[in-house]
Structures are given as C-alpha cells and as structure tokens.
Design a protein around this ligand. Structure first.
Ligand SMILES: Cc1cc2nc3c(=O)[nH]c(=O)nc-3n(C[C@H](O)[C@H](O)[C@H](O)COP(=O)(O)OP(=O)(O)OC[C@H]3O[C@@H](n4cnc5c(N)ncnc54)[C@H](O)[C@@H]3O)c2cc1C
Ligand code: SF4
Length: 468
C-alpha cells in the first residue's frame, strides 16, 4: 500500500493576495522525513535522468531518511549550485517527477504519486543555507581571469563553478541589480529575494566580483575585454526581448510587455510606491495575453497590485488554446485560480480599442477551436470567423514569448547566430564560433528553464577550465 504524499504548506489565498510574501512555505523536518520515506530507492532510479543536471536524487533522499541533512546538501551541491532556488522554481512535474517510478505501475498506469523531489530539494537547500554549509574551494590555481556576462542563473552558475575551481571571475551585468529573470521576472512570492541574495553573497565570498550597470556590446566590447587580460569569456545574456501580437492598437498607453511590467513590479518595487519611485497605474480591468509562467506571474502580480491599491481585483488571462496546452507550471495555474485570476481559454486578441483619453479601453477578441497538431506538437488554435466580442481593458500585459537580445551579437564580428538570433555553440563544450568565447542559457537554447540554463553553464565552465 503506497504511503500518502506529504502536502506542502501554503499561505491561504485570502492572506496572500494583498502582499508579495512567499506562498509556499515548504516542508518541516518531520514532513521532509515522511515524504523521503515514500521513496522506494529504486535499483534503476529513473528520476535522475529527468534532472537536467543529473542530481543523485536517490542518494540525497536516502540521506534525508537517515537525517544526514548535511550529506544530502553536499550530494545535491555536487551537481546543482542553487538547490534553494531550483527547489522553488523548477518545473519538476515535467522533469524529475515526471519520470519517478511511482508515477506508473507495470501496466503503465498511475499507481501512486511521484515523490515531491523539488520540495525535498528546497528543504535541504534551505537547511544548508541556515547552517552555513559551504562547498570546498580549490586554492587559486589559475593565473588567468575569466569574464562572465549576465547574472541570470547561467551567469551565476558559471561564475560559481569557475570560482570554486580557483579561477578569478569578474561578472558584468547591464542592470543595477544581479539575478536576471530570478530578480526582475520571478516575483518574490515565488522566490524570496533573501534566497537569491544569499546565493549571490556566497559567490562574493568565493571571490567573484560583480560589475553592474555595464552593457557589454555598448560600454565595452569582447575584444576590449580580451585586451584587458581576460583569457576566456562566458555569455549568459538570456532572452530578454519581448514578442508582440502585431495587432491594431497595441501601442496604446497602458499596454505593457510582461518584461516591462514585471521589471517595474519586481525590480523597481512598484508595489511599494511611493516609497519606491516607479509606479504602475494598475486600473480596474487587467487582461494578460499568454499561457506560460510569465503570463501567470504577471497576472498574479497585477492582482496583488489591485488589492494593494484598494481596487476590486479583476484580472483575466487570455489564452488561445485550452488549459491542457498551457506551458505554465500546474502549481502556478492552481495558485492563480485560487487567488481569483480568471482564465479565458480558446480566445485570441484581435484589436485594442482606445478610450476617449487615448488609453486602452477595450480588447476585441475572437473565439477559437483546436485543430491539428502544429510543429510544437500542440494542437493548433483556429479562429472562429465572426465570433468577435469585446472585453473591458484598462491595462493589458503581453506575455507571448521572449527572444534573443542582439545588442552584443550585432557588434561582435564572427559571433555566429541561428535564424532566431540565438548564439550557436559547440554541443561538446559550449564554445561559440569565436575561440575562447563560450555561451549558455536562454541565449543559446531560446526560452528554457532555470535548471537548463544552469546545466549549459556548468558544461561551459568545464570547457573553460580545460587549459585555463
Ligand atoms: C517571468 C518569468 C518566469 C519564469 N519562471 C520560471 C520558473 O518558474 N521556472 C523555471 O525553471 N524557469 C522559469 N523561467 C525561465 C527562466 O527564468 C530562464 O530560462 C532563465 O532565467 C534563463 O537564464 P539565463 O541566465 O540564460 O538568462 P536571464 O535570467 O535572462 O539573465 C540574463 C542576464 O544577462 C543580462 N544581460 C543581457 N545582455 C547583457 C549585456 N550585453 N551586458 C551585460 N548584461 C547583459 C541581463 O540583464 C540579465 O540579467 C521564467 C522566465 C520568466 C521571464
Ligand atoms: S524514481 Fe522516484 S521512487 Fe525511485 S529513487 Fe527516484 S524518487 Fe525514489
């Protein structure tokens, strides 16, 4: 008889919508022990192959059952630099948990629920942080210094790997604060800033230097960095350029890209206005277009802003397929529903209509139906002609995808990119078409996940350490 999965504690929706406090509060020691005891310690632990950085999941769960929490921490840290971050944001249901043996019985049917690997990882990551556990660092073996561009998960992970191996690393970041999407995209209620700050402080303790407000490609070129004595360079530039719908009225006032909206809220603390100086005039009817994590984060931030500004919450997500096809994490969809975000499925925007002040006032939409599969393997969304209807809208957020920023690649001769303008690398070691320049994360694979970005960065660090 399989044991019952241990549910993780969360703040009730009614208490969380008026603030940006963390929603999931995590496992206690007793809960972690109980959940770990469900793992059957498979001979062939399929969970490991589901993890992009191949954490020895079976081993760290066993160590939890033995209450060897420090051991579990070092097992995870052997392959994952940021367990407290990944334990919070990894889409485990599509990765390690998807292939956990407990998902299936011999007939391939669901027999029990996969182990909550991500919540156990988070528990151990937080334990390590609370107990100041640190991984060992090699003495400074290398005379060379390496430049890392970008401080998202790829840049931070690469810097950590290199610094642990005794390399002097200087990290350059365009924004005034470090963390990439972890700072300006993912809200505090999913990833508290103390966790991110602690990881960055740990890198500083390892000797990593951060230089912010420096846009590489504009303020300094790669050639200049080489001339300054850097022997190798890692590009972790992310995918920061938003896509738009291209429909009439999209340039009206109060229509934001999700990136701008989330940056105003998360990086510039719009929800603390007037204490901070970048407000968002949130309005009564917010529409968010898209179905990924970005759309969900934007919708949940908008709902909180309305609450904080004393407006009756009204936030709708418009998605042209059905819930089944939504790329967002299931947990985030569930949280958004609990908080009062409405979902309009099989609906596509047609045209934004201005109010008498020139701001957005309405969105004309069309109903859709599902057709055949498209290249992504999802069913195509087909518009139903003549199904137009209008929704009130005084703030719209477009969250339909992100593309590569070409600031650096457009001025760097010889840096090869593909048709999406993503940087092309050697799959062997992540080296680009320019010798000694490596790359990883979303700038290589397009929009991906935190752990995938870290996986690429680790591979690049290994490549860079050879002959350094
Ligand atoms: C809103 C949102 C929510 C998400 N939620 C999740 C989630 O729950 N789970 C998950 O796994 N993934 C999630 N993702 C995806 C994930 O965050 C990304 O895959 C990941 O951050 C990519 O990491 P990166 O280091 O490649 O790039 P980024 O995190 O984008 O970081 C790139 C950094 O490089 C800097 N930079 C760019 N160009 C230059 C330059 N020329 N000079 C100096 N600095 C530069 C940028 O300012 C930025 O700080 C989410 C993404 C978004 C947008
Ligand atoms: S596949 Fe599931 S049950 Fe088996 S070792 Fe991994 S986590 Fe434990």
């Amino acid at each position: 008889m399989p044991k019952v999965p241990v549910e993780v504690k969360e703040l009730a929706a009614v208490f969380r919508v008026g603030n940006f406090n963390e929603v999931v509060t995590g496992y206690s020691q007793e809960e972690a022990l109980s959940e770990a005891s469900r793992c059957i310690q498979c001979k062939n632990p399929t969970c490991i192959s589901g993890c992009p950085v191949n954490i020895n999941i079976k081993k760290f769960i066993y160590q939890i059952t033995q209450q060897d929490y420090a051991g579990a921490y070092f097992t995870i840290r052997a392959t994952n630099n940021f367990p407290s971050i990944c334990g919070r944001v990894c889409p485990a249901e599509y990765q390690c948990r998807k292939v956990c043996v407990l998902n299936k019985n011999k007939a391939g049917n669901v027999s029990s629920e996969a182990i909550n690997i991500h919540f156990l990882e988070r528990f151990i990551g937080d334990y390590g942080m609370q107990h100041n556990l640190t991984v060992s660092q090699k003495n400074n073996l290398s005379k060379n210094k390496i430049a890392v561009i970008g401080t998202g998960p790829a840049g931070l992970c690469c810097a950590g790997e290199l610094a642990r191996n005794g390399v002097k690393v200087i990290v350059f970041e365009a924004l005034h604060s470090c963390g990439g999407v972890l700072r300006y995209g993912i809200p505090n209620f999913r990833l508290p800033r103390e966790i991110l700050d602690a990881e960055i402080n740990y890198l500083i303790k390892l000797g990593v230097e951060f230089k912010t407000n420096l846009l590489v490609g504009k303020s300094i070129t790669l050639d200049e960095l080489f001339r300054q004595g850097f022997s190798k360079i890692f590009l972790g530039l992310g995918a920061g350029v938003p896509s738009f719908l291209g429909i009439t009225g999209e340039n009206l006032c109060n229509i934001y890209s999700a990136n701008e909206f989330l940056t105003r809220v998360n990086l510039m603390s719009a929800y603390k206005f007037p204490q901070y100086h970048t407000p968002v005039n949130i309005g009564k009817h917010v529409l968010v277009v898209g179905g990924g994590n970005t759309a969900l984060d934007a919708a949940r931030c908008a709902l909180r802003l309305q609450k904080i500004q004393g407006i009756k919450p009204s936030v709708k997500i418009i998605y042209r397929r059905t819930e089944m096809q939504m790329p967002a994490r299931q947990l985030e969809i569930q949280h958004a529903k609990e908080e009062g975000v409405e979902f309009k499925f099989l609906v596509q925007p047609k045209e934004f209509i201005a109010n008498d002040r020139g701001f957005v006032g309405e969105l004309t939409c069309l109903n859709c139906q599902l057709g055949d599969q498209d290249v992504s393997g999802r069913k195509r969304s087909e518009v139903i002609a003549g199904s137009d209807f209008n929704l009130p809208c005084d703030l719209a957020i477009i969250a339909i995808g992100l593309k590569a920023n070409q600031v650096l690649s457009s001025v760097t001769l010889g840096l090869k990119t593909d048709k999406y303008k993503d940087i092309i690398v050697s799959p062997k070691n992540m080296e680009t078409s320019i010798k000694n320049v490596f790359a990883g994360g979303d700038i290589v694979g397009g929009e991906g996940t935190v752990i995938e970005a870290m996986g690429m960065a680790k591979k690049a660090a290994v490549g860079m350490l050879q002959n350094s």
